[in-house]
Ligand binder design. Sequence first.
Ligand code: FDA
Length: 320
Amino acid sequence: MFRRSWQAAMIALARSPGWKQWMQAQRAASGLARRYVGGADVDEAVETARALRSRNIRASLFYLGEYVDTPALVEENVEAKIAVARRLAEAGLDVHVSVDPTQIGCAIDWAQGCDNAARIAEAVRSAAGNRPGVHCVMLDMEDFSVNEATLELHDGLRKQGFPMAQTLQAYLRKTYGDMEWKVAQGARVRLVKGAFAAGAEIAFTARDEIDASYRRLIDLMLGDTAKATGFYPIFATHDHALQAYARERARARGWAQGSYEFEMLYGARPDVARDLAAAGERIRLYLPFGRDWWPYAVRRIGENPRNALLLARSLLPAAS
Ligand code: FDA
């Protein structure tokens, strides 16, 4: 109960334009930014990705900015994603770019957002060429209001031959059915618990229910149909117990290391990421970059109340 209220409060703070403008202008808050953000621009972010790769950790680059509502900012977001795709290819890294539909125009005009997604997907495809690696546009999943439209966007671009991947959220009751469809397609899916709160009619709301849903989905993602269709499972969680469950199921079902992957957020439990890499697992970090760091970093605090101290340290100097 406390955890849900805390998370809801942090989501509200993340969406407050006043706080965002104020905090992003405060140098004092940069400790919070440094913890979760891989650089202020494309060059810094690719450098961070290169340093991670030297430690056998891959990255998915994400230009910060969500619920973008002006055409100029939409274009800035799209261009940053295209630029980072080219720079990742030049650096010999996976061309792996994460995208929120609402940051590339979908919040203004869904059709225009879809065109922009296709522009980014084309840039990823041509930058990657035939180089080995895991290259794709990973669609993040935002709140429930855009869930169906995001799934359709993924399927439409995938049908056109673009290298697409999709995030699904274990907290939603409908996800098991959506995952069955993605498994049958042989798609590439990143499974997360879900960073949004929703009512019991559409979502599991208790932690143990969400974890049980995540486990059922792991079983589906590592099942016989998934193997037969060439489905690529991605387990995005910092939860030790779920990571251990996925590893055990993968071994038991004969999935070789590297035929599935783990993903975590840059800055969250780096020790765990290092241990997974050392154990031979394929591990990727979601690596955000850019100046618009406040909403993103505050949502991360919402996921882990123990990080409240980090938030307090950032807020106090700003308020004084
Ligand atoms: P849980 O919250 O139970 O945490 C497990 C353990 O990890 C706890 O000990 C916790 O304290 C610690 N932990 C969790 N978050 C931490 C943090 N930020 N810093 C330090 N420790 C932390 N959501 C969504 O709705 N749509 C999306 O597209 C995405 N995309 C996405 C990509 C990737 C790569 C990841 C890892 C996560 C997402 N998420 C997301 C967020 C996801 O839904 C979820 O909110 C967080 O991952 C937290 O849930 P965990 O699975 O880590 O478990």
